[in-house]
Ligand binder design. Sequence first.
Ligand SMILES: Nc1nc2c(c(=O)[nH]1)N[C@H]1C(S)=C(S)[C@@H](COP(=O)(O)OP(=O)(O)OC[C@H]3O[C@@H](n4cnc5c(N)ncnc54)[C@H](O)[C@@H]3O)O[C@H]1N2
Ligand code: MOO
Length: 404
Amino acid sequence: MKIMIELEEALELVLTRIRRVETERVSIRNAYKRVLAMDVTSQIAMPPFERSPLDGYAYLATAGDPLPLQLNVVSEIPAGTFPERVISPGEAAKIFTGAPIPTGANCVVRMEDTKQVGDDVTILQPVLPGSNIIPRGEEIKEGDLLLKQGFFLTPPAIGLLAAVGLDQVTVYRRPRVGLLSTGAELMEVGQSLRPAKIYNSNSYTLRGMLQEAGCEVSVIPIVSDEIDETIKVLQMLADTDMVIATGGASVGDYDIMRHALAQFGCEMLFWKLNLKPGTPVSVGQKEKQLFFSLSGNPAAAMVTFELLVRPAIRKLAGRTTAEEGRFLVKMASDFGKTGKQRRFLRAQAVFKNGEIWADLAPAQGSGILRSMIGSHLLVDVPENHGSVEPGELLMASWIADWEA
Ligand SMILES: Nc1nc2c(c(=O)[nH]1)N[C@H]1C(S)=C(S)[C@@H](COP(=O)(O)OP(=O)(O)OC[C@H]3O[C@@H](n4cnc5c(N)ncnc54)[C@H](O)[C@@H]3O)O[C@H]1N2
Ligand code: MOO
């Protein structure tokens, strides 16, 4: 097992082990935030017919039309009505927005530039041939590739599926993730706090992050620091794709997680990342299941979730669209960095003069959950960097899917 590796190496080790989940058919009504498992091509053109973008009159325009132009209104075409009547020279059809252009007409003049009296209309502002006609297939042609496999279905994407008449799509099933918190000091909410105990918060934080990432989550209430009990719990999670445990990850006598994983039959990929917070991460694999043992420290667990677990879930879920990129931010605060290790700092994004400034959360301790409230960014301070100065440029990434 490798010990103390770089994040990038850890990501590669983990991502090569991940096979995306199987597929299922769902109604587009239930497809929001699901991942497409098929390429979607359109069977129809959109719009399926030439149509009018405005309310007015359709007629056959020529370059030398007199001004004003007198026409005989021979039909009316509301949206949704097929125009049977062919329009001959000297005739016009009263037409409404979204209605098909009648045969024989080659333009639409807007209502405001006309005057109708009885069956006669005067065109006060004649238009050129071709004016105000939306061509068939303006947006989509038959056979167009609309969305690729791996696309994360957003509201406009689902609207697009509806626009071309698809009522069902093949998507990847939701990843199933098991979550457990270890620690003899932990208590569940709803009980009064006993001496030397704290409430379990990690299960709640991570459950939300997993649900937001589109996972089905099985939460196991608190597990003690016993290897045997931990193995029993891991057995209970046999039908999950991934298990995330917090606590018991470090070097103490009660830090049993990686030993439990190994005894359970996992191949251990690595232990410890060369970064802070969250150094003592380990990852194991048993058959198709991946196991992440994260630090019990609440902020450290969230940061390593962002850095390592989230990309793994994206791949498991079948997503292929680009991850949120990294970008330069200007530091709005200083940070007296003591250790040599690479450090990820939590910061609020502040927009000033068209630039993104990173205003650091006041407390950066691994256990300080409040530092994640209102933090939008993880700022990457390289190894051996020394203290961070205000105005300095550093790389950062968005902490996905959160709002302040
Ligand atoms: N001698 C050493 N000690 C420690 C080292 C080290 O290298 N040598 N590493 C430190 C670092 S860095 C970290 S990070 C922590 C990681 O500890 P564990 O992953 O083993 O986590 P625990 O000890 O179980 O818990 C740490 C901290 O977080 C609290 N906690 C745990 N679970 C929860 C939960 N579900 N909800 C809320 N809070 C939780 C726990 O009570 C501890 O206070 O190890 C250092 N030690
Ligand atoms: O790696 Mo730990 O989270 O720094 O304290």
